[in-house]
Design a protein around this ligand. Structure first.
Ligand code: SF4
Ligand code: SF4
Length: 437
């Protein structure tokens, strides 16, 4: 743990040495809080420390945080997403981060269970809190699920915990370059036209499928420049509208340093059973949004995935905010930086061809020519590793933020999937070529 925290220290200069030693003490308390034998078995590190009287807060009200709360004794959840605050799970309430200033912080330890741990560390440090990462407590090879009272299957729960562990571990490794997820856009077409689609599908007048060769060459180049990519999310629009999808996911499954491939679909175009059969079942999963009466063929899609034994998750359209709009330029850089800092979409790295963007808004707004050209909205995967890494981790905003309504955790939730009758008008930037007489 020391090595990891010192790595973070050198990367950001934001941790004080005092916190390093304080964090070691945090492990001490966990020994008292273990409730079940399975979990006890894997918390091998804890036995190396003495006892101290600390109460536990779990940072992150996601699947992993909920799971942890049912396997150790804890007092509160804290989450950046204020829409989750006020909820309870397992009789434990979810608090906003500023709750940390209302308590005697020295009496608590915080276990961070989120994937983007570097977004959370500055927040908890602001309150001088003692914290550890979940990856300090358990390792990917040596934990048992123990109690699962989440709504998720054991299979999906394990996938979620492994994702947190792998990404947290990689975050602290010096000189590693990993990407938690990359949205690989394979089509602009969709079977629905949701007027608030955060991927801006509602603006495409003549949507097209992207070419197999361009898609593959972009992701191969990017993966060759990273230590690993935890998940590649195959998206559109509706990815099954691109008939090359089977070839694409087959080729993705052969790339060693891509751990998982997740196809995001609305379930309206059932996959072809015979095409799925030669694809690695350990690598491919499906995330299916259930649009209720708007959708069709969901049952058929599920039947095929059951027949072919692929893992999938069906969920309603969740947490929609008013982020599917293209605004007039806001020239205020401070405002853009603030929007970026608060944005929950800024780490949704999105790949179109050989252009890597920070978010689907920037990617699609650029494709739509809704942004002026030659900006800092993307990095080419042909570029150096240093430049790609710096784009992925070292910027404070992108030009696209100046045209974006933002995707903050405190944005109000809106009604999802209201359909537009036709493509929505927006202002285009037409590239001008100057000629000299
Ligand atoms: S939100 Fe609606 S329009 Fe956008 S990709 Fe999903 S189904 Fe298609
Ligand atoms: S453009 Fe900026 S504010 Fe908008 S989603 Fe992307 S990163 Fe977030």
């Amino acid at each position: 743990m020391l090595v990891r925290e010192i790595t973070y220290l050198t990367q950001t200069n934001k941790i004080q040495y005092a916190n390093i030693y304080a964090s070691i003490k945090i492990l001490i308390k966990l020994k008292q809080n273990i409730q079940n034998n399975h979990f006890l078995k894997v918390c091998f590190m804890i036995n190396n420390f003495n006892i101290a009287n600390k109460k536990v807060i779990i940072y992150g009200f996601g699947i992993t945080g909920k799971w942890l709360s049912s396997n150790i004794k804890c007092d509160y959840f804290v989450d950046t997403d204020i829409k989750k605050c006020g909820n309870t799970f397992n009789n434990i309430s979810v608090k906003r981060p500023d709750f940390l200033k209302q308590i005697k912080i020295d009496e608590y330890i915080i276990i961070i269970t989120t994937v983007d741990i570097f977004d959370v560390i500055p927040l908890v440090n602001r309150y001088s809190a003692n914290w550890i990462s979940l990856s300090d407590v358990i390792t990917i090879d040596s934990y048992d699920l123990g109690i699962n009272i989440t709504d998720e299957s054991d299979e999906f729960l394990k996938y979620s915990i492994d994702t947190v562990l792998q990404c947290q571990t990689a975050s602290f490794l010096k000189d590693s370059f990993y990407l938690r997820s990359v949205d690989l856009v394979i089509t602009e077409k969709c079977t629905l036209k949701c007027k608030d689609c955060a991927n801006l599908m509602q603006f495409y007048e003549n949507p097209v499928n992207y070419e197999f060769e361009d898609i593959l060459s972009g992701i191969k180049l990017l993966s060759a420049k990273t230590n690993f990519i935890h998940e590649v999310r195959v998206i559109g629009g509706e990815p099954f509208l691109n008939k090359q999808i089977y070839k694409i996911i087959y080729e993705l499954s052969l790339i060693d340093n891509i751990n998982k491939i997740i196809v995001y679909t609305n379930g309206m175009i059932p996959p072809k059973e015979e095409e799925l059969n030669n694809i690695n079942r350990n690598k491919l999963l499906f995330s299916i949004t259930d649009y209720a009466e708007l959708g069709r063929n969901l049952d058929k899609t599920i039947e095929i995935l059951n027949n072919t034994n692929f893992a999938y998750r069906v969920h309603p359209p969740e947490h929609w905010t008013d982020s599917g709009k293209i605004l007039e330029r806001n020239n205020d850089v401070d405002f853009a930086e603030e929007l970026f800092a608060k944005c929950c979409g800024k780490n949704l790295y999105t790949l179109i061809g050989n252009k890597l963007y920070r978010c689907p808004f920037a990617a699609n707004a650029d494709q739509l020519n809704a942004l002026p050209p030659n900006t800092n909205n993307f990095v080419s995967v042909d570029d150096s590793i240093e430049n790609i890494r710096s784009f992925a981790y070292g910027i404070n905003y992108i030009e696209a933020c100046m045209y974006c309504p933002g995707r903050s955790f405190d944005s109000p939730v809106i009604i999802p999937a209201i359909q537009a009758k036709k493509s929505i008008f927006y202002k285009k930037f037409i590239p001008v070529t100057l000629t000299h007489n």
